[in-house]
Design a protein around this ligand. Structure first.
Ligand SMILES: Nc1ncnc2c1ncn2[C@@H]1O[C@H](COP(=O)(O)OP(=O)(O)OP(=O)(O)O)[C@@H](O)[C@H]1O
Ligand SMILES: [Mg+2]
Length: 321
């Protein structure tokens, strides 16, 4: 069950005005939150390149002249084999890695041209979460979430306290505010990381393998939370993963990387065309299988009388009534 305690359930209902989440996330495709139809991409990567110096002095091209547009409200997956350059690409978006060439444009501003101070301000719009959570171990949950607000230095203590509580409510962890990371489960740690990333009210959440350290059930719960954040708060999500089911369950679009190059990208619910990559074909197969199973379940659920509408809701995986 998503909520571990009745308190977590009521807190989350209060925050999002919703009824409880289901444990399983089925791939119902919500339209992206409302944005102007002619709005430019929130993230534009223009011919970005990144190479690293190897110990033998040679350069290794981790990202090779790659261009990519991500629109506001999207849930965008980045997949590829280990070493394909996914994490490097994600870190180029918030300039944790500075590109050797090309432009990184976020909300119309080229981050590579910003001063340190401007970049620090702009990074408030770009929250990030990681596979290993990256929490400060000797700080409480509340202090971890407060961290990005404190370093920004523009908020009063009362404002920070209120925002921390708000964010912990969003992820259903209000009652853990005085716990330390070591006292939390993996799923709870990732929720704290999400709360911390959301604290400065980002437009975009960058996620690097956020579910790789979690078991299957916890993965499903976390995907439901990420979907809520996208739906209810309108936060654009870019997620690196090697789990195809994460793409299939959560994403609206996906880009496939090989050896630092973007080989193909497509909408998960779009027409299944010829795919260039094995991963692309595997995603299509997953989507088709899930659609078939959902159709079969609907058929076998037909004529159940009063129970049928409830069953339909479960099949669609609607998180909220
Ligand atoms: N700081 C660095 N110095 C040298 N090489 C690096 C550095 N960071 C990444 N690389 C190399 O760049 C390539 C891409 O790395 P990256 O971490 O982006 O891959 P990835 O697709 O995220 O892989 P994984 O799925 O294993 O996390 C790899 O070959 C990696 O060894
Ligand atoms: Mg990686």
């Amino acid at each position: 069950m998503f909520f571990r305690t009745p308190q977590e359930r009521s807190v989350c209902e209060h925050s999002f005005g919703m009824t409880p989440l289901m444990t399983t996330v089925l791939p119902i495709r919500f339209p992206p939150p409302e944005t102007a139809s002619d709005a430019p991409p929130v993230i534009q990567l223009e011919s970005v390149r990144k190479s690293f110096k190897l110990p033998n002095g040679e350069n290794f091209d981790a990202v090779r002249s790659l261009s990519l547009d991500i629109y506001a409200g999207d849930i965008f997956g980045l997949i590829g084999k280990s070493g394909a350059g996914k994490s490097t690409l994600l870190r180029l978006i918030n300039l944790l890695e500075r590109p050797d060439a090309g432009q990184v444009i976020v909300e119309g501003r080229d981050l590579t041209k910003l001063s340190r101070r401007e970049l620090r301000d702009t990074r408030q719009s770009l929250g990030m979460i990681f596979q290993q959570f990256n929490l400060i171990q000797n700080a409480t949950v509340a202090d971890n979430v407060a961290f990005p607000l404190k370093i920004h230095g523009r908020h009063t203590r009362a404002e920070i306290k209120a925002r921390v509580q708000e964010c912990l409510k969003l992820v259903g962890l209000e009652e853990k505010s005085e716990s330390y990371p070591a006292q939390l489960s993996g799923g709870q740690k990732q929720r704290v990381a999400i709360a911390r990333a959301l604290a400065p009210r980002p437009k975009v959440l960058l996620c690097d393998e956020p579910t790789s350290a979690l078991d299957s059930e916890t993965t499903h719960e976390l995907l439901a939370t990420l979907r809520d954040i996208n739906q209810k708060l309108g936060v654009t999500i870019v997620i690196v993963t090697h789990e195809l089911q994460v793409v299939e369950l959560l994403c609206r679009k996906v880009a496939i990387l090989e050896q630092g190059e973007l080989i193909e990208q497509f909408a998960i619910d779009g027409p299944t065309g010829p795919r260039l990559t094995v991963l692309g074909r595997e995603i299509d197969a997953l989507v088709r299988r899930r659609a078939r199973e959902a159709a079969e379940s609907l058929q076998s659920g037909a004529g159940l009388g009063e129970g049928s509408s409830q069953r339909r809701t479960q099949i669609q995986g609607v998180a909220y009534a």
